[in-house]
Design a binder for this molecule. Structure first.
Ligand SMILES: [Zn+2]
Ligand SMILES: [Zn+2]
Length: 333
Protein backbone atom coordinates (compact mmCIF):
# COMPACT_ATOMS: atom_id res chain seq x y z
CA UNK A 1 0.00 0.00 0.00
CA UNK A 2 1.28 3.51 -0.72
CA UNK A 3 1.94 6.27 1.78
CA UNK A 4 -0.68 8.38 0.13
CA UNK A 5 -3.45 5.79 0.47
CA UNK A 6 -2.79 4.59 4.01
CA UNK A 7 -2.88 6.80 7.04
CA UNK A 8 0.31 5.76 8.69
CA UNK A 9 1.18 6.40 12.27
CA UNK A 10 4.48 8.16 12.73
CA UNK A 11 7.47 6.51 14.35
CA UNK A 12 7.85 7.57 17.99
CA UNK A 13 10.71 7.40 20.44
CA UNK A 14 10.55 7.56 24.24
CA UNK A 15 12.94 6.93 27.10
CA UNK A 16 11.79 4.08 29.36
CA UNK A 17 14.83 3.99 31.67
CA UNK A 18 18.12 5.89 31.74
CA UNK A 19 19.98 4.43 28.75
CA UNK A 20 16.98 2.54 27.33
CA UNK A 21 14.70 3.93 24.63
CA UNK A 22 11.61 2.44 23.04
CA UNK A 23 11.26 3.12 19.31
CA UNK A 24 7.66 2.51 18.30
CA UNK A 25 7.23 1.79 14.60
CA UNK A 26 3.98 1.42 12.65
CA UNK A 27 3.09 -1.86 10.94
CA UNK A 28 0.78 -2.33 7.96
CA UNK A 29 -0.89 -5.36 9.58
CA UNK A 30 -4.48 -5.50 10.80
CA UNK A 31 -4.60 -6.13 14.55
CA UNK A 32 -0.85 -5.52 15.02
CA UNK A 33 -0.51 -1.74 14.72
CA UNK A 34 3.13 -1.38 15.79
CA UNK A 35 6.34 -3.08 16.76
CA UNK A 36 9.13 -1.94 19.06
CA UNK A 37 12.83 -1.56 18.48
CA UNK A 38 14.92 -0.92 21.60
CA UNK A 39 17.96 1.34 21.78
CA UNK A 40 20.45 0.63 24.59
CA UNK A 41 23.16 3.15 25.43
CA UNK A 42 26.62 1.63 24.88
CA UNK A 43 29.64 3.92 25.21
CA UNK A 44 29.62 6.54 22.47
CA UNK A 45 26.75 4.86 20.61
CA UNK A 46 23.91 2.37 21.03
CA UNK A 47 23.07 -1.27 20.64
CA UNK A 48 19.86 -1.45 18.60
CA UNK A 49 17.63 -4.43 19.32
CA UNK A 50 15.30 -5.12 16.36
CA UNK A 51 14.66 -2.62 13.59
CA UNK A 52 11.14 -2.76 12.14
CA UNK A 53 9.62 -3.92 8.89
CA UNK A 54 10.71 -2.64 5.49
CA UNK A 55 8.15 -0.92 3.29
CA UNK A 56 7.97 2.36 1.46
CA UNK A 57 8.95 5.19 3.83
CA UNK A 58 9.67 2.91 6.80
CA UNK A 59 13.34 3.84 7.26
CA UNK A 60 12.41 7.51 7.64
CA UNK A 61 10.04 6.47 10.46
CA UNK A 62 12.82 4.63 12.29
CA UNK A 63 15.03 7.72 11.88
CA UNK A 64 12.20 9.93 13.14
CA UNK A 65 11.68 7.78 16.25
CA UNK A 66 15.43 7.87 16.94
CA UNK A 67 15.67 11.63 16.39
CA UNK A 68 12.95 12.20 19.00
CA UNK A 69 15.31 10.82 21.63
CA UNK A 70 18.47 12.40 20.21
CA UNK A 71 19.77 9.34 18.33
CA UNK A 72 20.83 8.74 14.74
CA UNK A 73 21.32 5.60 12.67
CA UNK A 74 25.05 6.40 12.61
CA UNK A 75 25.09 5.85 16.42
CA UNK A 76 24.30 2.15 16.04
CA UNK A 77 27.37 0.12 17.05
CA UNK A 78 25.63 -3.26 16.97
CA UNK A 79 22.28 -4.52 15.67
CA UNK A 80 20.81 -7.50 17.54
CA UNK A 81 17.65 -9.17 16.22
CA UNK A 82 15.48 -11.18 18.62
CA UNK A 83 14.27 -13.21 15.62
CA UNK A 84 14.10 -13.08 11.86
CA UNK A 85 10.46 -12.05 11.38
CA UNK A 86 10.13 -9.04 9.08
CA UNK A 87 8.88 -6.68 11.82
CA UNK A 88 12.10 -7.32 13.80
CA UNK A 89 14.63 -7.90 11.02
CA UNK A 90 13.14 -6.27 7.90
CA UNK A 91 15.32 -3.13 7.89
CA UNK A 92 18.54 -4.80 9.06
CA UNK A 93 20.25 -4.15 5.72
CA UNK A 94 19.38 -0.42 5.92
CA UNK A 95 20.70 -0.09 9.47
CA UNK A 96 23.93 -1.85 8.51
CA UNK A 97 24.34 0.32 5.39
CA UNK A 98 23.84 3.53 7.40
CA UNK A 99 26.01 2.67 10.40
CA UNK A 100 28.49 -0.01 9.34
CA UNK A 101 27.47 -2.04 12.40
CA UNK A 102 27.50 -5.83 12.75
CA UNK A 103 24.32 -7.91 12.88
CA UNK A 104 23.96 -10.60 15.53
CA UNK A 105 21.10 -13.04 15.13
CA UNK A 106 20.35 -16.70 15.76
CA UNK A 107 21.54 -19.01 12.94
CA UNK A 108 18.16 -20.78 12.50
CA UNK A 109 16.88 -17.93 10.34
CA UNK A 110 16.07 -19.91 7.17
CA UNK A 111 12.35 -19.52 7.97
CA UNK A 112 12.82 -15.91 6.84
CA UNK A 113 15.97 -15.78 4.73
CA UNK A 114 15.25 -18.76 2.47
CA UNK A 115 11.73 -17.41 2.03
CA UNK A 116 13.02 -13.95 1.10
CA UNK A 117 15.64 -15.40 -1.25
CA UNK A 118 13.27 -17.76 -3.09
CA UNK A 119 9.78 -16.32 -2.62
CA UNK A 120 8.14 -18.45 -5.32
CA UNK A 121 9.49 -21.66 -3.86
CA UNK A 122 8.44 -20.60 -0.36
CA UNK A 123 4.96 -19.72 -1.55
CA UNK A 124 4.48 -23.02 -3.34
CA UNK A 125 5.67 -24.85 -0.22
CA UNK A 126 3.13 -22.97 1.88
CA UNK A 127 0.37 -23.66 -0.60
CA UNK A 128 1.27 -27.36 -0.59
CA UNK A 129 0.98 -27.38 3.21
CA UNK A 130 -2.38 -25.62 2.87
CA UNK A 131 -3.59 -28.11 0.26
CA UNK A 132 -2.56 -31.09 2.42
CA UNK A 133 -4.35 -29.41 5.34
CA UNK A 134 -7.62 -29.48 3.41
CA UNK A 135 -7.82 -25.88 2.19
CA UNK A 136 -10.18 -25.92 -0.83
CA UNK A 137 -8.96 -24.74 -4.25
CA UNK A 138 -10.76 -21.36 -4.35
CA UNK A 139 -9.35 -19.98 -1.05
CA UNK A 140 -5.94 -21.39 -2.03
CA UNK A 141 -5.85 -19.21 -5.15
CA UNK A 142 -7.01 -16.21 -3.11
CA UNK A 143 -4.27 -16.78 -0.49
CA UNK A 144 -1.59 -17.07 -3.16
CA UNK A 145 -2.64 -13.74 -4.68
CA UNK A 146 -2.77 -12.12 -1.23
CA UNK A 147 0.69 -13.42 -0.30
CA UNK A 148 2.19 -12.10 -3.56
CA UNK A 149 0.64 -8.66 -3.00
CA UNK A 150 1.81 -8.44 0.59
CA UNK A 151 5.55 -8.76 -0.09
CA UNK A 152 8.00 -10.00 2.50
CA UNK A 153 8.84 -6.78 4.41
CA UNK A 154 12.59 -7.29 4.11
CA UNK A 155 14.86 -4.74 2.35
CA UNK A 156 17.34 -7.47 1.43
CA UNK A 157 18.67 -10.56 3.13
CA UNK A 158 21.76 -10.00 5.28
CA UNK A 159 23.50 -12.85 7.06
CA UNK A 160 24.43 -12.34 10.71
CA UNK A 161 28.09 -11.53 11.43
CA UNK A 162 27.79 -13.48 14.65
CA UNK A 163 25.58 -16.40 15.61
CA UNK A 164 23.45 -15.28 18.54
CA UNK A 165 23.29 -18.65 20.29
CA UNK A 166 22.78 -19.47 23.96
CA UNK A 167 25.11 -17.49 26.23
CA UNK A 168 26.45 -14.96 23.70
CA UNK A 169 26.88 -11.62 25.47
CA UNK A 170 27.12 -7.97 24.55
CA UNK A 171 27.86 -4.93 26.70
CA UNK A 172 25.86 -1.76 27.30
CA UNK A 173 25.94 1.07 29.84
CA UNK A 174 23.35 -0.91 31.87
CA UNK A 175 25.72 -3.86 32.06
CA UNK A 176 26.12 -7.04 30.05
CA UNK A 177 23.21 -8.81 28.30
CA UNK A 178 23.11 -12.48 27.46
CA UNK A 179 21.20 -14.33 24.74
CA UNK A 180 18.81 -17.16 25.65
CA UNK A 181 17.52 -19.37 22.86
CA UNK A 182 13.71 -19.40 23.02
CA UNK A 183 12.38 -21.15 19.90
CA UNK A 184 8.66 -21.69 19.43
CA UNK A 185 7.29 -18.40 18.11
CA UNK A 186 10.07 -18.65 15.50
CA UNK A 187 13.01 -21.06 15.17
CA UNK A 188 15.44 -18.12 15.36
CA UNK A 189 13.97 -16.60 18.52
CA UNK A 190 16.18 -15.45 21.41
CA UNK A 191 15.39 -13.41 24.51
CA UNK A 192 17.99 -11.01 25.92
CA UNK A 193 18.57 -10.80 29.64
CA UNK A 194 20.31 -8.27 31.87
CA UNK A 195 20.65 -10.13 35.20
CA UNK A 196 21.71 -7.31 37.59
CA UNK A 197 18.70 -5.17 36.67
CA UNK A 198 16.52 -8.21 35.95
CA UNK A 199 15.40 -6.87 32.57
CA UNK A 200 14.22 -9.14 29.76
CA UNK A 201 13.96 -8.11 26.12
CA UNK A 202 11.41 -10.69 25.10
CA UNK A 203 10.88 -10.14 21.36
CA UNK A 204 7.63 -11.94 20.52
CA UNK A 205 8.15 -14.77 23.00
CA UNK A 206 6.24 -12.83 25.68
CA UNK A 207 3.94 -9.94 24.81
CA UNK A 208 1.85 -7.65 26.99
CA UNK A 209 -1.27 -9.51 25.94
CA UNK A 210 -1.16 -13.23 25.25
CA UNK A 211 -0.98 -13.68 21.51
CA UNK A 212 0.28 -16.99 20.14
CA UNK A 213 2.01 -17.51 16.84
CA UNK A 214 4.19 -20.44 15.78
CA UNK A 215 6.20 -20.96 12.59
CA UNK A 216 5.15 -24.33 11.19
CA UNK A 217 7.40 -26.69 9.27
CA UNK A 218 10.92 -25.58 10.28
CA UNK A 219 11.43 -27.48 13.53
CA UNK A 220 9.95 -30.76 14.83
CA UNK A 221 7.58 -29.39 17.49
CA UNK A 222 7.14 -25.59 17.77
CA UNK A 223 4.51 -25.87 20.53
CA UNK A 224 6.72 -28.13 22.66
CA UNK A 225 9.68 -25.82 21.99
CA UNK A 226 7.60 -22.80 23.03
CA UNK A 227 6.56 -24.47 26.31
CA UNK A 228 10.22 -25.33 27.05
CA UNK A 229 11.18 -21.73 26.25
CA UNK A 230 8.57 -20.46 28.74
CA UNK A 231 10.15 -22.64 31.46
CA UNK A 232 13.58 -21.38 30.52
CA UNK A 233 12.57 -17.72 30.68
CA UNK A 234 10.77 -18.25 33.98
CA UNK A 235 14.05 -19.44 35.50
CA UNK A 236 15.64 -16.08 34.58
CA UNK A 237 13.26 -14.43 37.06
CA UNK A 238 13.10 -11.09 35.26
CA UNK A 239 11.04 -8.28 36.77
CA UNK A 240 10.73 -5.95 33.78
CA UNK A 241 9.92 -7.04 30.26
CA UNK A 242 10.56 -5.00 27.13
CA UNK A 243 8.45 -6.79 24.50
CA UNK A 244 8.45 -6.70 20.72
CA UNK A 245 5.02 -5.07 20.60
CA UNK A 246 3.17 -2.70 22.92
CA UNK A 247 4.20 -1.38 26.33
CA UNK A 248 6.65 -2.71 28.89
CA UNK A 249 5.27 -4.83 31.74
CA UNK A 250 6.49 -6.02 35.12
CA UNK A 251 4.43 -9.09 36.07
CA UNK A 252 6.61 -11.35 33.95
CA UNK A 253 5.75 -14.55 35.82
CA UNK A 254 1.99 -13.99 35.36
CA UNK A 255 2.50 -13.45 31.62
CA UNK A 256 4.45 -16.70 31.36
CA UNK A 257 1.69 -18.56 33.18
CA UNK A 258 -1.02 -17.01 30.99
CA UNK A 259 0.81 -18.17 27.85
CA UNK A 260 1.20 -21.68 29.23
CA UNK A 261 -2.50 -21.78 30.18
CA UNK A 262 -3.67 -20.65 26.74
CA UNK A 263 -1.48 -23.23 24.96
CA UNK A 264 -2.84 -26.00 27.21
CA UNK A 265 -6.41 -24.80 26.68
CA UNK A 266 -6.00 -24.83 22.90
CA UNK A 267 -4.30 -28.24 22.93
CA UNK A 268 -7.23 -29.56 24.98
CA UNK A 269 -9.69 -28.00 22.56
CA UNK A 270 -7.96 -29.45 19.45
CA UNK A 271 -7.94 -32.86 21.06
CA UNK A 272 -11.65 -32.60 21.83
CA UNK A 273 -12.55 -31.34 18.34
CA UNK A 274 -10.65 -34.19 16.66
CA UNK A 275 -12.09 -36.75 19.10
CA UNK A 276 -15.59 -35.57 18.31
CA UNK A 277 -15.33 -34.78 14.56
CA UNK A 278 -12.40 -36.93 13.36
CA UNK A 279 -11.33 -37.91 10.80
CA UNK A 280 -11.03 -34.16 10.19
CA UNK A 281 -8.63 -31.92 8.25
CA UNK A 282 -6.63 -29.14 9.93
CA UNK A 283 -8.61 -26.64 7.84
CA UNK A 284 -11.86 -27.88 9.35
CA UNK A 285 -10.40 -27.80 12.87
CA UNK A 286 -9.63 -24.05 12.63
CA UNK A 287 -13.20 -22.63 12.85
CA UNK A 288 -14.10 -25.10 15.61
CA UNK A 289 -11.00 -24.13 17.58
CA UNK A 290 -11.34 -20.35 17.29
CA UNK A 291 -15.12 -20.10 16.95
CA UNK A 292 -14.94 -18.08 13.72
CA UNK A 293 -14.33 -18.85 10.07
CA UNK A 294 -10.90 -18.98 8.47
CA UNK A 295 -10.31 -15.97 6.18
CA UNK A 296 -7.55 -14.73 3.89
CA UNK A 297 -6.46 -12.38 6.67
CA UNK A 298 -6.32 -14.82 9.58
CA UNK A 299 -5.26 -17.91 7.64
CA UNK A 300 -1.56 -17.02 7.64
CA UNK A 301 -1.35 -17.49 11.41
CA UNK A 302 -4.34 -19.62 12.38
CA UNK A 303 -3.64 -22.52 10.06
CA UNK A 304 0.05 -22.85 11.09
CA UNK A 305 -0.91 -22.46 14.76
CA UNK A 306 -3.49 -25.26 14.42
CA UNK A 307 -1.01 -27.46 12.54
CA UNK A 308 1.50 -26.93 15.36
CA UNK A 309 -1.06 -28.11 17.97
CA UNK A 310 -1.91 -31.15 15.85
CA UNK A 311 1.78 -31.93 15.43
CA UNK A 312 2.43 -31.62 19.19
CA UNK A 313 -0.52 -33.92 19.96
CA UNK A 314 0.77 -36.38 17.36
CA UNK A 315 4.21 -36.45 19.04
CA UNK A 316 2.67 -37.02 22.47
CA UNK A 317 0.53 -39.86 21.07
CA UNK A 318 -2.79 -38.10 21.72
CA UNK A 319 -3.71 -37.88 17.99
CA UNK A 320 -2.59 -39.42 14.75
CA UNK A 321 -2.86 -38.46 11.10
CA UNK A 322 -4.41 -40.69 8.48
CA UNK A 323 -2.54 -40.91 5.19
CA UNK A 324 -4.25 -39.37 2.22
CA UNK A 325 -4.66 -36.06 0.47
CA UNK A 326 -5.67 -34.01 2.32
CA UNK A 327 -4.46 -35.47 5.62
CA UNK A 328 -7.12 -36.14 8.22
CA UNK A 329 -6.68 -36.35 11.96
CA UNK A 330 -8.14 -38.91 14.36
CA UNK A 331 -7.90 -39.73 18.05
CA UNK A 332 -6.55 -43.26 18.55
CA UNK A 333 -9.07 -45.60 20.18
ZN1 LIG B 1 7.62 -12.59 15.42
ZN1 LIG C 1 6.71 -9.24 16.04
Amino acid sequence: MHESTRRRELGRGERVLPGVWRLRLALPWPGVPHCNAWALAAGDGIVLVDCGLHEEGSLAQLERAMAQVGLRLADVRLLVCTHAHSDHYGQAADVIDASGCELWMHPNHAHMTSTAESPDEALSRRLEVARMSGVPVAPLAEWAAHARRRGDGVTRVVEPDRKLVQGVMFDTDLGPWSAHETPGHAPSHVCLHQPQRRILISGDHLLGRVSLYFDYGWTPDPVGEFLDSLDKVQRLDARLCLAGHARTFTDVRAHIEANRALVQERLGCVREVVGEHGPITAYDVVPLLYGEPITTLNASWRLPETLCYLRHLELTGALRREDGEPERWVAPR
